[in-house]
Design a protein around this ligand. Structure first.
Ligand code: PMP
Length: 322
């Protein structure tokens, strides 16, 4: 679907996957005016196909666009288009119990021009790809590297938006962490480099002395849809969840004192990623004995169970589309 200042969003259509032609001076190439979303379609146990909280993805896309001065889209129309596309390509949805079809809607500034300003032409595309189980051998913990040198986002910046530049700025730190054997980077706040923000593509939760805590939405982290689902599920199970500032020092101190009981990341790709090891400066800690914690496992089983239609859906998160 294209946008022009004169016509607004127009001509939504489904076309075969293939290369597109863009002017070399299309503004997205030079100033990164782009936003995207990531969501999944699941085959349920009884043969239906469903999406998980897709309205939230549509809404977040518009919120990201707002931050980058991209014109908003009609959320219902976009979701309708995505559903039509999934229906058209339903043979691509893998059957495996934990497989899914990954859906990537994104918008780029296509207007040719080298002046720095909001473009007047955009293209919205939706691409999809079958995705196997994130944990083919069962859910297992990841190791995380606390990033001290680089920051991902600062308050007032673009950290709350799902826009390309945030990910580009994280690639170098990710590379360094991976070379040292850690799978993901844990970002600290951009001012004091003291408070925990989020992992590369996940929000984070910790259980300290029985209390479940997660960094507050500080204005520089992404408001994860899995994060919100996890908070609501935990509360429905009677846990208290506190959204607050958590310093990395507090976390390592809790680990030394033996009160850091569990840590996990939340995101669309892995749903729940237990954190087994964390390195900060010269110190490395092991969490939950390097195993998957009880809460991580219960959350993973519950959310994937809701997505796959084998568990009740008390919050109405599952949207059956086929
Ligand atoms: N933070 C960042 C930076 C992300 O890219 C993602 C993945 N979208 C998340 C958190 C988790 O968000 P969600 O649960 O909506 O996938």
């Amino acid at each position: 679907m294209d946008y022009s200042a004169e016509q607004g969003w127009h001509e939504p259509m489904i076309v075969p996957y293939g290369p597109i032609t863009l002017d070399p001076s299309a503004m997205v190439f030079h100033y990164g005016q782009e936003v995207f979303e990531g969501m999944k379609a699941y085959k349920t146990a009884d043969g239906h196909v469903c999406l998980f909280r897709p309205d939230a993805n549509m809404h977040r896309l518009n919120q990201s666009s707002e931050r980058i001065s991209i014109p908003e889209v009609d959320e219902e129309l976009l979701l309708e288009g995505i559903i039509a596309l999934v229906r058209e390509d339903q043979d691509w949805i893998p059957d495996g119990a934990e497989s899914s079809l990954y859906i990537r809607p994104f918008i780029i500034a296509t207007e040719p021009g080298l002046g720095v300003r909001a473009a007047r032409q955009y293209k919205l595309m939706v691409i999809m790809s079958p995705s196997g189980s994130y944990y083919p051998e069962g859910i297992h913990p990841v190791s995380i590297f606390v990033e001290n040198q680089y920051v991902r986002a600062v308050r007032g910046g673009t950290g709350t938006a799902k826009t390309a530049g945030n990910y580009a700025s994280g690639i170098k730190a990710q590379e360094i962490a991976q070379k040292q054997g850690y799978s993901q980077v844990l970002w600290l706040d951009g001012v004091e480099k003291k408070y925990i923000e989020e992992v590369g593509s996940m929000n984070v939760f910790f259980k300290i002395s029985g209390e479940i805590v997660t960094p507050e939405l500080s204005g520089s982290i992404l408001a994860g849809i899995t994060r919100d689902s996890v908070i609501r599920l935990l509360q429905s199970w009677g846990h208290q969840v506190t959204e607050r500032k958590i310093s990395v020092e507090e976390l390592f101190e809790a680990s030394r004192a033996g009160t850091l009981e569990e840590a996990f990341g939340t995101g669309t790709a892995a749903v729940i990623s237990p954190i087994g090891k964390m390195k900060w400066d010269t110190e490395e800690i092991t969490i939950s004995g390097g195993h998957t914690g009880e809460i991580s496992k219960k959350l993973y089983d519950t959310i994937t169970g809701i997505q796959k239609g084998v568990l009740e859906d008390p919050f109405g998160w599952r949207k059956v589309i086929l």
